[in-house]
Design a protein around this ligand. Structure first.
Ligand code: AMP
Length: 413
């Protein structure tokens, strides 16, 4: 068939079988977040473009290359949000959530938009579950959100996730590290990819993140060697607590994460089962962001997990059997069957029937295909006697049953 209008490249339709996995995962997210004391926040789909330029950072890939930015009819520059943290922090400040207590714990499940090259696990519209823990500078807060993520992975049966973690230090220790890195990169410059050559001038830390050049930069200076006393203490304590929590982690000195606002620990959750796009999520501490957006100096930490990728890792469950399928013969029986079906549905019983006037055989075939446990046959005769034939699809046994919703429910559920 030649569909006249097709979906936009990089977007996707999530069909019922997959959508039910999504709702299950979303349900577990809400459950885990409740246990950890995180409240849900829903933020707008689009924001003023300047929000992302000022926070995510002008020289990041997201802002430079990937944003869906447009001018609205009022001449304002707006952007479909490419990530959640800037919007959540804006909402935190705009709604004065800081007045409600020293610590604010928020989570979101939101659609994001980035104009990236689409491939498996990478879309132009995707969904992220994210948490933001605002108001605590303790490494235990970083451990708390990491632990939350691992509790979720366990709850949804996703195994073999590794945490890759590094500390890029605060803005004060970043200077000496950036200088040392630039000095090192100078000699490597001719070998680097064109993107990294550009990054070298504007955002040298990002060179470490480049998949293409990773191998060539193995002996690059390590950010953890340049940490100030505070950052070093924070880093050591976090690592020690993660060990105590028995969270599997790997210190990855090349991990810097792409965004400007990170300070201190940064991390990613990685799965070996995802192929090239192996990161399920990532995050880090951003102690300077809130002040830079006009708030009081407020430390914070957070992460975002991509649900498109997470759902790919969840094993599909066998579809639950439909308890009852009503097969009807003739118009009168069709209506009687329909009314009975609606009564049963109002009582919470899953019932299906065919309303397209198909033959008895075709209706049975459909009931079988949909794995119905029982089939109830209603014809004119059955209506007259107020008794239908109930067939157990597994044993093939048939019995008569009164056409009474209570009795039918009791028998099939
Ligand atoms: P990031 O903050 O860019 O590291 O994103 C965090 C997580 O969101 C990633 O680990 C992915 O799981 C997910 N994600 C990011 N970009 C995309 C995309 N274009 N398509 C699907 N998922 C994405």
């Amino acid at each position: 068939m030649d569909v006249k209008v097709k979906k936009i490249r990089g977007t996707r339709d999530i069909l019922p079988e997959e959508a039910s996995l999504w709702s299950e995962v979303e349900g577990k997210i809400r459950e885990v977040c409740r246990v950890y004391g995180f409240g849900e926040i829903r933020v707008p789909t689009f924001e003023e473009t300047s929000l992302f330029i000022k926070t995510t950072g002008e020289t990041t890939d997201i802002v430079e290359k990937q944003m869906y930015t447009f001018e609205d009819k009022g001449g304002r520059s707006l952007t479909l949000k490419p990530e959640g943290t800037p919007s959540v922090v804006r909402a935190y400040l705009e709604n004065a959530l800081f007045q409600r207590g020293k610590k604010t714990k928020l989570f979101y499940i939101e659609r994001m938009f980035r104009q990236e090259r689409p491939q498996k696990g990478r879309y132009r519209e995707f969904t992220q579950f994210g948490v933001e823990l605002i108001g605590s500078k303790s490494p235990l807060s970083d451990a708390e959100i990491i632990s939350l993520a691992f509790t979720l992975f366990e709850k949804i049966g996703v195994k073999d996730i590794t945490l890759r973690i590094n500390s890029i230090g605060c803005f004060r220790c970043r200077g000496p590290f950036r200088d040392a890195l630039k000095e090192y990169l100078k000699s490597k410059l001719p070998e680097l990819c064109p993107d990294c050559k550009r990054r070298f001038e504007r955002n040298p830390l990002r060179v470490l993140d480049c998949k293409e050049d990773k191998e060539k930069l193995k002996d690059a200076p390590r950010s953890t060697d340049y940490l100030c006393d505070n950052c070093k203490k924070h880093w050591k304590r976090l690592i020690s607590v993660l060990e105590k929590l028995k969270i599997p982690f790997l210190v990855d000195h090349m991990l810097v994460r792409g965004l400007d606002y990170y300070t201190g620990p940064v991390f990613e959750f990685v799965s070996g089962k995802l192929g090239a796009q192996d990161a399920v999520g990532g995050g880090g501490r951003y102690d300077e962001l809130i002040e830079s957006m006009g708030g009081e100096p407020t430390p914070a930490t957070g992460f975002a997990i991509g649900l498109d990728r997470l759902v790919m890792l969840v094993e599909k469950k066998k579809e639950e059997r439909i308890p009852l399928w009503i097969v009807n013969i003739g118009e009168e029986a069709e209506e009687a069957g329909f009314l009975l079906m609606e009564k049963l549905r109002r009582m919470g019983v899953r019932v299906e029937m065919d309303l397209t006037g198909r033959s008895l055989k075709a209706q049975f075939r459909e009931a079988d295909k949909r794995n119905a446990k029982y089939v109830l046959v209603i014809g004119e005769d059955e209506i007259r006697k107020n008794k239908g034939k109930l067939k157990d699809m597994e044993t093939g046994k048939e019995e008569e049953i009164e056409l009474d919703e209570e009795k039918i429910k009791e028998r099939v559920c």
